[in-house]
Write a protein that binds this ligand. Structure first.
Ligand code: GLN
Ligand code: ZN
Length: 758
C-alpha cells in the first residue's frame, strides 16, 4: 500500500520563491542565487514528504513560473517570436514566454494566461502553429530527478499528459484540429520516458484532469491511443484525474494499459463504487480522500471508514492521497501565529496534509491502535468544529430559511424602473462613469499599512482617506464625468475589504497560494455563518457624496465573487454560504440607499469562473448564483439604480443568466475584443442598460478619442443610445494618474461628441 501526493506548493512558507524570482528579474541577484533558492525549496519539500513516510517524493511539481509553461519548454513548443535557436531553452527564454521580459533576450509579447480548470491558478496557454514541431528542449525534469535521487529519495516525477497538454493549448494563425498534433508529440513523450527509465525511475504520474470534463469522443479515443503508445516504455504509469468525476470517461480510464489510476473522491465521492467495480486487477487505485484544495482538517475516521473496506478489497493496490495537487493549498499552518487557536485547530495546510496521509497509511497498515492518540485528537477537533458557537448562528440560518421569492424580486420590472430612474437621475445620453477604483499611489498603500500596524490613529487614517476621496471627486468633476465614484482608496482588495468586516471570516498571515507566476493571493477563510455587524462602506460613500452635487455611485463586491475568491467552509453546501453573504450585502445596499445613495454597483467579477466543469451542473450553479445576486440587489426602491460589473469576455453561453440577474446597468470588458462581445448581447436582445468598456485598463497606453469613438459607434450599432453607458473596461487601481486622466478625458470628450452627432 502506498501513500503519496500529486504535488506540493512550490512558493515556500514565506513566498521565498516569489522574492527570489522577482529579485532575479529586477537584476538584483544572479541566476545562481535564484537556482540556490529553488534547490533549497525543492530539498525542503521532498524532505517533508519523506518525513511523512510517503512512498515517493513527487518531482517536477516545482516550477519557476508555471508547470504548463515548463511542459511547453520541455516539448520545444516555443513560438518563433522568442527566436529560440533549438537545443535546450534557457531560463530567460522561459521567463520571456511568461511575461515578455527577462534579464537577457529581447522584450517580446508574452503568452496568454488563463485559469487552470476551476481553480484560481493561471497557466500560460501553449500556442500551436500549423507547422508545429516538437522536440525535447529542456533537462529540467531529468535534473530534478537526479537531484532528488542524490538526496536519497525514491522519486515519482509528474508530467502533464499529452492529451491534457494539447487540450490546454490554442491553435494560432490557422484553425486546425489540435488532435492532429498527437502523433508528433508522442515520440517526445516516449523519449522522456526512456530517459526516466534509464535514470532508474519506476513510476511516472501523468496528470490527466481533462478526464473530469465533457470530452468529445475523438478525444476519448485519443487518450487510449496515447497510453497504448506510452505503455511500452517499461515505466509504470499513474494516470491522475482530479477536480471531478470520471463519469462517461470511466470506461476509457479503466481500460488504459497503465498500472495505476488516481481519482478525486472529495469532489466526486459518488464515483468511488463505480470506479472500483470497473477497475481491472492489474491496476492500482489511488484514492484522493483528503482535500488538496481547501484548508480544512480531514475527518480521519470518516476517511478510514471509506478506506478500510477498500483495503479489504484491493489490498496493496490501494494507494492513499489528497484529491489533487497541494499546489492549491497554503504551505504551512505552523506559520500562523496570530490566528484564533480554536479556529486554527480546524485547519490543515499542505504540510499538515502530509501528516494526515501518514496517519491514514499507518492506521491502514499497522492498525488504528498504532495512531490512536492522533485519531482521537483529530476527532476531537472535528467535533469541536461541528458544534462550535463561533460557527453556528441560529439567527443567520433562520434568515436564510426564511428567504421568499419576493426577496429576490425588485418591486417593478426593468422598464418601469428605468423610467423612474431616468427622471430622477437626469443623466445625459451616453452617461460616463468609471468602474470604481482610481490609481492607488504609494502614499495610499502606506497609509493603509500604517493604520493596520497601529502606527497612525483612526482619526489620522480617516482624514487622509477623506482627503484622497475629496481629490478624486474633484478630478472627476474637472474631467466632466457624469456618475462619480469615491475611488476605493480604503480597499486593499475587493474581497478582503468586505471579509474583514463580516462575521464568519478569518484571515491568515501567511496563507498564500500561487495565482500566477510570482503573484500569490491570500484568500480569506469563511469558517462560519456570515453576518454583518455594522455598515461597511456607508461612511466613505456618504462622505464622497457630500463633496459633489453629481450622483455618487456606491461600490460593493457581490456574494458570488466573495465566495469564489475565498476558502469556503465545507460543512454546508456553497449555495448556503452564498445566500448568507447575499443577505449581509443586501443590508449594506439598503443602508446605502437610506443614506441617500442613488446608484449602487455590485461587482461580480468572478461570476463566470464559478461555472462547474461539467455542463450538466451549470444550471444548478447559475440558479443559486443569480438568486444570490438578486437577493443582494432587490432590497431597494425602483428609483435606486443597481449596476453590476464583470470583467471577462465570454458571455455567450450564460447570457440568459446574465439577463436574469436583472441589474439595471451592467458594465463589462469589451475593448480588447473590439466590441465583438456585444454580439452576444445583441443576439440575445439583452433588455437592460450596458456599459461596454471602451478602453483597456490593463495597458498604460492612452486611447485616442478617435479610437474610443470608433468603439462607441460599434457599440451603438448594437445597443440603442438610451441604454448605452460609457466607461473603461475595469477599475483603475493599477494605473498611474497621468495616463488615467488623459484616457478619461478622451473618453468624456468622445461621449460628448456622440451626444452631439448621434
Ligand atoms: N470596483 C472594482 C474596481 O474598480 C472592480 C474590480 C474588478 O472588477 N476586478 O477596482
Ligand atoms: Zn473588472
Amino acid at each position: 500500500m502506498k501513500a503519496h501526493i500529486l504535488g506540493f506548493p512550490r512558493i515556500g512558507i514565506k513566498r521565498e520563491l516569489k522574492k527570489a524570482v522577482e529579485a532575479y528579474w529586477h537584476g538584483k541577484t544572479q541566476r545562481e542565487d535564484l537556482e540556490q533558492t529553488a534547490k533549497a525549496l525543492r530539498a525542503r519539500h521532498w524532505q517533508l514528504q519523506q518525513d511523512a513516510g510517503l512512498d515517493f517524493v513527487t518531482v517536477n511539481d516545482f516550477s519557476y513560473y508555471d508547470h504548463v509553461l515548463d511542459m511547453s519548454v520541455t516539448l520545444g513548443v516555443i513560438p518563433a517570436r522568442y527566436e529560440h535557436q533549438g537545443g535546450n531553452a534557457d531560463l530567460d527564454t522561459m521567463f520571456r514566454m511568461a511575461r515578455g521580459r527577462a534579464p537577457s533576450g529581447k522584450d517580446t509579447i508574452a503568452g496568454e494566461m488563463t485559469k487552470w480548470f476551476d481553480t484560481n491558478y493561471h497557466y500560460i496557454v501553449p500556442e500551436f502553429y500549423p507547422d508545429q514541431g516538437f522536440s525535447l528542449s529542456s533537462t529540467k525534469l531529468f535534473d530534478e530527478v537526479t537531484e532528488a535521487q542524490q538526496a536519497g529519495h525514491k522519486v515519482k516525477p509528474v508530467l502533464i499528459s499529452p492529451l491534457t497538454y494539447l487540450w490546454l493549448g490554442k491553435t494560432k494563425k490557422a484553425d486546425f484540429d489540435k488532435l492532429s498534433l498527437l502523433e508528433q508529440v508522442l515520440p517526445v513523450y516516449r523519449e522522456i520516458l526512456q530517459k526516466l527509465k534509464a535514470q532508474g525511475v519506476e513510476w511516472v504520474q501523468f496528470d490527466e484532469p481533462i478526464l473530469a470534463l465533457d470530452l468529445p469522443t475523438e478525444w476519448q479515443a485519443a487518450i487510449e491511443q496515447a497510453y497504448a503508445s506510452l505503455a511500452q516504455s517499461g515505466v509504470n504509469i499513474l494516470v491522475a484525474s482530479y477536480f471531478g468525476a470520471l463519469e462517461d470517461n470511466l470506461q476509457v480510464a479503466t481500460r488504459l494499459p497503465v498500472q495505476a489510476l488516481h481519482i478525486d473522491i472529495v469532489r466526486a465521492p459518488e464515483q468511488l463504487q463505480n470506479v472500483v467495480d470497473a477497475l481491472p486487477e492489474t491496476m492500482a487505485l489511488s484514492v484522493g480522500v483528503t482535500n488538496g484544495r481547501n484548508i480544512w482538517k480531514a475527518d480521519l475516521n470518516q476517511c478510514l471508514a471509506i478506506l478500510e473496506p477498500l483495503k479489504q478489497q484491493l489490498g496493496d493496490r490501494l494507494w492513499v492521497s489528497a484529491s489533487c495537487s497541494l499546489l492549491h493549498s497554503p504551505v504551512d499552518l505552523d506559520a500562523e501565529k496570530r490566528m484564533n487557536p480554536a479556529i486554527k485547530a480546524w485547519l490543515a495546510f499542505a504540510t499538515q496534509k502530509l501528516r494526515e496521509l501518514q496517519l491514514l497509511k499507518s492506521a491502514l497498515v499497522d492498525g488504528h491502535d498504532s495512531v490512536a492518540k492522533s485519531l482521537e485528537i483529530n476527532q476531537r477537533d472535528n467535533d469541536a468544529r461541528r458544534n462550535s458557537t463561533l460557527i453556528h448562528k441560529p439567527e443567520v440560518k433562520q434568515r436564510v430559511e426564511g428567504i421568499t421569492p419576493a426577496l429576490a424580486q425588485r418591486q417593478s420590472a426593468y422598464d418601469k424602473r428605468a423610467e423612474l430612474q431616468k427622471q430622477h437621475l437626469d443623466l445625459p445620453l451616453f452617461p460616463t462613469t468609471t468602474i470604481g477604483s482610481f490609481p492607488q499611489t504609494g502614499d495610499i498603500r502606506k497609509t493603509r499599512r500604517d493604520f493596520k500596524k497601529h502606527l497612525i490613529s483612526r482619526e489620522d487614517y480617516t482624514r487622509q482617506m477623506q482627503n484622497e476621496i475629496k481629490s478624486v471627486v474633484a478630478k472627476q468633476h474637472e474631467l466632466g464625468l457624469d456618475v462619480l465614484v469615491h475611488g476605493e482608496p480604503e480597499r486593499n482588495d475587493m474581497v478582503e475589504y468586505f471579509g474583514e468586516q463580516l462575521d464568519g471570516f478569518v484571515f491568515s498571515q501567511n496563507g498564500w497560494v500561487q495565482s500566477y507566476g510570482s503573484r500569490c493571493v491570500k484568500p480569506p477563510i469563511i469558517f462560519g455563518d456570515v453576518s454583518r455587524p455594522s455598515p461597511m462602506t456607508v461612511d466613505w460613500i456618504t462622505y464622497a457624496q457630500q463633496q459633489t452635487d453629481k450622483v455618487m455611485k456606491g461600490m460593493l463586491t457581490g456574494p458570488v465573487t466573495v465566495l469564489q475568491w475565498s476558502f469556503v467552509r465545507d460543512d454546508q453546501p456553497r449555495e448556503q454560504t452564498c445566500l448568507q453573504l447575499a443577505l449581509a450585502i443586501r443590508d449594506e445596499v439598503v443602508d446605502l440607499e437610506k443614506a441617500g445613495i442613488q446608484i449602487i454597483q455590485i461587482d461580480e467579477a468572478a461570476f463566470r469562473e464559478g461555472l462547474p466543469l461539467r455542463q450538466k451542473e451549470w444550471q444548478t450553479y447559475l440558479d443559486w448564483a443569480v438568486k444570490s445576486f438578486r437577493i443582494t440587489a432587490s432590497g431597494v426602491e425602483d428609483v435606486t439604480q443597481i449596476h453590476t460589473h464583470m470583467c471577462y469576455s465570454e458571455f455567450n453561453d450564460i447570457m440568459p443568466a446574465i439577463a436574469d440577474m436583472d441589474a439595471d446597468v451592467i458594465t463589462i470588458e469589451t475593448s480588447r475584443s473590439q466590441m465583438e462581445l456585444l454580439d452576444a448581447f445583441e443576439d440575445f436582445a439583452y433588455p437592460n442598460e450596458i456599459g461596454p468598456g471602451v478602453y483597456d485598463i490593463h495597458s498604460p497606453r492612452v486611447p485616442k478619442k478617435d479610437e474610443i469613438m470608433t468603439l462607441l459607434h460599434k457599440a451603438h450599432e448594437r445597443i440603442p443610445a438610451e441604454r448605452l453607458w460609457v466607461n473603461p473596461d475595469c477599475g483603475l487601481k493599477t494605473r498611474g494618474w497621468s495616463e488615467t486622466e488623459a484616457a478619461l478625458q478622451n473618453m468624456v470628450d468622445a461621449a460628448k461628441t456622440m451626444r452631439e452627432t448621434v
